[in-house]
Write a protein that binds this ligand. Structure first.
Ligand code: CAA
Length: 382
């Protein structure tokens, strides 16, 4: 049975900071961010958007009424979830009006959580071929103002519908995964910001890529020529480029590098969305790249801490028609922030003492948003 991605779409908050403005404010040459890291804009979430609302906002774009009836598994992959106990997927399940005879869970392993969710969803559909699974990757990436990681922040969510006989991408069963207990990036329960050993995290990303890519190629007896494109977890677009350069030469494999550039289109304007970054890159490639039915795409997932996985998929004949059309429009409608507005939005926080906080939602135009916090509970608009 062929199982894979039937639908995919993403949501990004309605505000952004231009990287040249951030560079100017931090006294850094703008080329360091736009060329050195390969990022143009950074999505900034207002206090009315969290991992739950962003996830629901991404999912509502892709789901039909029939999908809501046939989904019986909802998985939220996140490392910036809002509760230590209750899975955000239970709230998203309710917001979207999904069939109550469903499982809803949250998965965590840094930026790898959604990939784990997809592999679990594949197994679920293999046992229940008429059912569908909704996997959502939703995260807010925060390192702190003036921190080394600040230019690699971002926010957003990707929603992926996993089904039998998928319209977009069959996920092949060939895969290679690798775990090692390291501390390259982590966020203790008491901290709102991630801690990171920047250089070490870059080295580990490359090490994990080499491990799983080599193992996959040995197991499958495939070579570079079997792939039309590679997509990577993109904390910043240069990181993926560096990984691609370890397996391909730019002169000999110009098409792979052109496809890679296309695969960073949305990431360059949204920033790091952790669990969703690989899949934002896949959406970029599908929408902006010039691929053909039958092409094989390689996917590298990396979650600090750390787990890496390399797997692959085959593009389906009608994949272009199955894509959501309004992503460019959504990004074009965003409001540009100046540095003061960005810092104010970054510093805004929800009350933690159980009292009643009513949020200003006058500028919210998303389908789902947070409107109040009361008795330690978040209250959403729907
Ligand atoms: N013009 C052009 N390029 C310039 C430049 C200029 N004026 N100034 C610097 N650069 C280049 C540098 O040469 C460098 O490029 P190379 O890596 O190709 O050599 C690039 O800009 C970045 O410069 P630095 O390495 O000096 O930057 P930095 O020390 O300030 O930190 C960072 C960069 C480590 C990525 C930091 O932003 C960070 O810690 N980010 C968060 C961690 C992260 O994203 N890690 C990625 C791997 S872990 C992962 O993937 C999981 C996850 O999502 C977090």
């Amino acid at each position: 049975m062929n199982i894979g991605i039937d639908k995919i779409g993403f949501y990004a908050p309605a505000y952004y900071l231009d990287m040249t403005k951030l560079a100017e404010a931090r006294g850094v040459d703008a080329n360091k961010y736009t060329i050195g890291l390969g990022q143009d804009k950074m999505a900034v979430p207002p206090i009315t958007q969290d991992t739950i609302t962003m996830g629901a906002n991404a999912a509502i774009k892709i789901l039909s009424k029939a999908d809501l009836e046939s989904i019986d598994l909802v998985i939220l992959g996140t490392e910036s979830g809002i509760d230590q106990s209750k899975a955000g997927a239970t709230t998203i399940h309710h917001m979207l009006g999904i069939n109550p005879r469903a499982r809803a869970i949250e998965m965590k392993q840094a930026c790898y959580g959604a990939t784990a969710g997809i592999q679990l969803a594949k197994g679920h559909v293999a046992l229940n071929p008429t059912k569908k699974a909704l996997v959502i990757a939703s995260d807010i990436s925060r390192y702190g103002l003036n921190s080394g990681g600040e230019p690699t922040q971002g926010a957003g969510a990707v929603a992926i519908l996993i089904a039998a006989d998928p319209k977009i991408l069959i996920l092949e069963n060939d895969t290679s995964y690798f775990t090692d207990d390291i501390l390259d990036f982590w966020r203790p329960n008491y901290s709102d910001f991630a801690f990171v050993d920047g250089k070490y995290s870059n080295e580990q990303y490359q090490r994990f890529f080499e491990e799983v890519y080599t193992d996959y190629m040995e197991k499958t007896q495939r070579s570079l020529d079997d792939f039309a494109a590679f997509t990577f977890h993109i904390p910043y677009s240069k990181m993926g480029l560096k990984a691609l350069r370890t397996i391909a030469d730019e002169e000999d494999h110009a098409t792979l590098f052109k496809n890679f550039k296309d695969s960073t289109y949305y990431n360059r304007s949204v920033g790091n969305i952790y669990a969703g970054s690989l899949y934002l890159s896949l959406v970029s490639l599908l929408e902006k790249g010039s691929l053909h039915a039958g092409d094989r795409i390689g996917l590298f997932s990396y979650g600090s801490g750390a787990v890496g996985e390399f797997f692959s998929g085959i593009l389906q004949p009608d994949y272009k028609n199955a894509l959501v059309a309004d992503h460019d429009e959504m990004l074009q409608k965003r409001t540009a922030l100046n540095i003061k507005e960005y810092e104010a939005m970054f510093n805004a926080s929800l009350i933690k003492d159980g009292s009643h906080q009513i949020l200003d939602t006058r500028n919210e135009s998303s389908d789902f948003y947070l409107k109040e916090v009361k008795h330690h509970q978040r209250i959403y608009n729907k």
